[in-house]
Design a protein around this ligand. Structure first.
Ligand SMILES: [Zn+2]
Length: 465
């Protein structure tokens, strides 16, 4: 501990999910995030393992944002005895409530289903009571206003990734330690730009896209508009598998804006996701977390996330009705990676129809249904059925909620010439590539080692967004 502190990573080191970093000064122990491992089965299994640190020794928790790969094991931490404060933005608490309750419900349904089929089932990782106990420990923080955690001074800054997302500057003696959290991109749409990295001695930086740049944003939106025009000509459905948090609201915002600009025809738009409709209420309540563009639309009296013919489906019967109809319409449903959820029913019913368009707007892991569609599979299996793929499948790259390589380098430079960086939250190739570029401009850079053993093939699987 020759710097006066140690940082150990128990997740999101050499991989993108399971974010969990421990800052240990010898007298104070602060945990930054406690996220779920996602992606492959082997990675998911890590969620049941011991954390690798003593839960009773943790004095305070800083939570960067409400994505499950950052908050998803927080109820497990509380279930295993953590009773201290969890510092986060109010928007993060509101979103975490919906996401964690939904996760608890899905785990319970999975366990019940397995039981009915007489299969051996893992018990749920946590239940609604654990979620409620976790929410009760959350303490609201302001951006830019220092607060105290475990006797250390902490300041949150805007990360621009999802509503409530924050990075943290922690002062340890005379040294300044930054935890980036997930850093948003600088394109002009739903989220504001991230605040630049504060001057620091040590920076733990996310590296999801440390080795590549995103597609040009204007070209992405042009392509998005083209898909709508072509689908309207085909008189078929546009099916959009989407994450309930962030990607769904982004897609709705772009549809509404393109309709306003009369660049696409007005079509019925169904959001077939109860979770997404709950997330939408948080966006409406947290306008101060969103970009100037979004606020300008809201100030003019319109809902920035409401295309003209928007409907949130409420019941399973509503969902079935849309599914059974051949009306040209846009259907946005989860899960974003097509690993479950209502999107599977829509795909099963319409993939064989050449009028249908499947618009893929998020990352699809190797081996999954989404990846098979991206790769041009002629037939796929959905819920035990063999389905021919006659639909048009279009992948829209460039809607990521993360900074790309150029933006990560620009974000990190203000840390200063004596800053030393530790790369986390990335696949090994991305971590290494970003470390090399940061080192090339004269700052210290190293890939942060993991304190826990990761499944070998799990490293190639991505689940975090
Ligand atoms: Zn995230």
């Amino acid at each position: 501990m020759n710097e006066g502190f140690e940082i150990r990573s128990y997740g999101a080191a050499m991989t993108v999910t399971g974010s969990c970093h421990l800052l240990d000064t010898g007298t104070a122990r602060v945990l930054v995030d406690c996220g779920a491992f996602q992606g492959s089965r082997d990675l998911f299994a890590l969620n049941r393992d011991p954390f690798g640190f003593d839960v009773a020794s943790i004095d305070a928790v800083l939570l960067t944002h409400a994505h499950l790969d950052h908050v998803g094991r927080m109820p497990v931490l509380v279930k295993r005895g953590y009773e201290g404060p969890i510092h986060c933005r109010p928007a993060t608490r509101m979103l975490a409530e919906h996401l964690l309750l939904d996760a608890a419900k899905l785990q319970n349904e999975d366990a019940e289903r397995a039981k009915r089929r007489g299969k051996q089932a893992d018990p749920p990782l946590f239940d609604e009571n654990d979620v409620r106990a976790t929410l009760s420990l959350m303490r609201p923080i302001e951006y830019g206003t220092p607060f105290e955690a475990a006797g250390l001074t902490v300041t949150a800054f805007v990360a621009g990734h999802v509503p409530g997302s924050a990075g943290f500057l922690v002062e340890v003696g005379g040294r300044r330690v930054v935890f980036s959290g997930d850093i948003g991109n600088e394109r002009k749409d739903v989220m504001p730009d991230p605040a630049p990295c504060p001057p620091a001695d040590t920076v733990l930086i996310e590296s999801t896209y440390g080795d590549r740049d995103h597609r040009d944003f204007e070209a992405t939106i042009d392509e998005f508009a083209e898909v709508f025009k072509e689908a309207a000509r085909r008189k078929g459905k546009i099916l959009i598998p989407s994450f309930a948090l962030e990607r769904t609201q982004d897609v709705l915002f772009h549809i509404a804006r393109l309709e306003d600009q009369e660049r696409i025809p007005v079509m019925p738009v169904y959001v077939d996701s109860p979770l997404a409709s709950r997330v939408e209420t948080v966006y409406a309540a947290c306008m101060d977390e969103l970009s100037d563009d979004v606020r300008a639309v809201a100030a003019s009296g319109r809902d920035p996330f409401a295309p003209r013919r928007l409907t949130y489906t409420k019941t399973v019967d509503d969902s079935k009705r849309i599914n059974a109809s051949d009306e040209p319409a846009v259907v946005i449903a989860g899960s974003g990676m097509m690993t479950g959820g209502r999107i599977l029913h829509h795909l099963r019913a319409h993939l064989d129809d050449s009028h249908t368009t499947v618009m893929i707007v998020g990352f699809q892991p190797t081996g999954g249904l989404g990846r098979q569609l991206v790769d041009g599979a002629a037939r796929v299996r959905i819920m035990g059925e063999d389905i021919p793929v006659n639909a048009r499948v279009v992948t829209i790259n460039g809607l990521s909620a993360h900074a790309d390589r150029t933006e990560l380098l620009r974000w990190s430079e203000p840390a200063g010439p004596s800053a030393s960086f530790r790369m986390v939250h990335g696949e090994p190739t991305s971590l290494r590539a970003l470390a090399d570029q940061v080192a090339a401009r004269g700052q210290g850079a190293a890939v942060q080692p993991s304190e826990i053993a990761l499944p070998e093939h799990g490293r190639k699987d991505e689940g975090g967004e």
